[in-house]
Design a protein around this ligand. Structure first.
Ligand code: PLP
Length: 389
């Protein structure tokens, strides 16, 4: 199997499973209980919090465990709006993950106003647009750090300078970035940052949010006093331990992996653009793009058909399109970048992770080129194009 969908999820590292196992077996205790073995589980959670805080350059009391990226994103938006004395205006972008975008749509129905900032052809938000969108009512700015479809890494420090000047909290969905690029919440200047363990070799269903001390935010749900009364519910002890182990490993390997995976990315981009005609790269290049992300539009091909074709040959990749009411909806991210329907629907994302090697590129190219050719030969659009040439 050729797994090239690490932006969707990553395989769990063996060392992570090893770290988790005791908390799924012998140490099954509720960390809120008072007896000695339960206090061991509590201590393990505290250690995990320290590890995660250190990896982000945060304080341990600024780390809150959640069930993942979606919950952290929901909490940031709903929690800040509920606590806001300023107003009910939210600023976000057109290229966010649905974990932000659909929460904002929901908040509009609850009486909030939302400004969706445009992105340029590479996926970048213009800081001047952010500043111009701020009003006395603005309660929150939420801009993703790295885009899940095209890998564009936003200049977060520039946004933070603006939000600080206006005294507005800045949240970033860093789900695709954490574990893959260096993160320093202090230097970045954000007030909240969402992360999810399964994107960096950890288990699914566990995540965290960094919340800078002093940020006004209400809890998402009511119940027990876990997470200093900010996130009720018995902790996912094994998940928390696994997430900390996965992040620690990712950070320890980051300097080497960043370069290694970036080289894989650039090699695949080159191979596709040079060997398969009528293709284009979507998103930015170099260090402003996530090391593992390749997003290519194949003209005269439906991304979904190509995806299924690759799947039949053992290769896992992804498209950003969604099938709604029987019709293929192009990716909102690619449309925000200014692609037309044809290029947006013809896009495929390949994402590399810790287990991929150059060999995978050779394997992919050996099936990708003939698959594209086969599908194009069935395309009336391609036929017309050739006749007109
Ligand atoms: N935000 C981004 C940018 C993502 O890529 C994802 C997952 O694909 C999420 C949020 C949701 O994270 P989770 O799967 O942990 O809920």
């Amino acid at each position: 199997m050729l797994y090239l969908d690490n932006a969707a999820t990553t395989p769990m590292r063996p060392k992570v499973l090893e770290a988790m196992l005791p908390y799924l077996t012998d140490n099954f205790y509720n960390p809120s209980s008072v007896y000695t073995p339960a206090r061991k589980a509590r201590a393990a959670i505290d250690d995990a919090r320290l590890v995660i805080a250190k990896c982000l350059n945060a304080r341990p009391d600024e780390i809150f465990f959640t069930s993942g990226g979606t919950e952290s994103d929901n909490w940031a938006i709903k929690g800040v709006i509920e606590a806001s004395k300023r107003g009910r205006h939210i600023i976000t972008t057109e290229a966010e993950h649905h974990g932000i975008l659909y929460v904002c749509k929901h908040m509009e129905k609850k009486g909030c106003t939302v400004t969706y900032l445009p992105v340029d052809a590479e996926g970048f938000v213009n800081p001047n647009d952010l500043e111009a969108a701020i009003t006395p009512e603005t309660a929150l700015v939420s801009i993703m750090l790295a885009n899940n479809e095209v890998g564009t890494i936003q200049p977060m420090e520039e946004f933070a300078k603006i939000t600080k000047k206006h005294g507005i909290p800045l949240h970033t969905d860093a789900v695709q970035a954490v574990g893959h690029i260096p993160i320093n919440v202090e230097e970045m200047g954000v007030d909240m940052l969402a992360l999810s363990a399964h994107k960096f070799g950890g288990p699914k269903g566990i995540g965290a949010m960094y919340v800078k001390k002093g940020t006004k935010i209400s809890p998402l749900f009511q119940g027990g006093a876990q997470e200093r009364s900010n996130r009720a519910g018995t902790e996912n002890v094994a998940g928390i331990i696994g997430m900390a182990a996965a992040l620690e490993i990712s950070i320890s390997e980051l300097a080497i992996e960043f370069t290694r995976v970036s080289l894989l990315r650039d090699k695949l981009i080159r191979e596709i653009l040079e060997n398969i005609p009528y293709t284009r790269l979507n998103g930015a290049t170099g260090e402003r793009r996530l090391p593992g992300n390749v997003n290519i539009s194949f003209r005269f091909v439906e991304g979904e058909s190509l995806l299924l074709h690759l799947d039949m040959q053992g290769c896992c990749a992804s498209t950003g399109s969604a099938c709604s009411s029987g019709a293929l909806e192009p990716s909102h991210v690619l449309m925000a970048l200014g692609l037309g329907h044809e290029l947006a629907n013809g896009a495929l994302r390949f994402s590399f992770g810790a287990e991929n090697t150059e060999d995978d590129i050779t394997k992919l190219m050996s099936i990708l080129k003939p698959s594209v050719e086969k599908l194009r030969n069935l395309s009336p659009l391609y036929d017309d194009f050739l006749k007109e040439k």
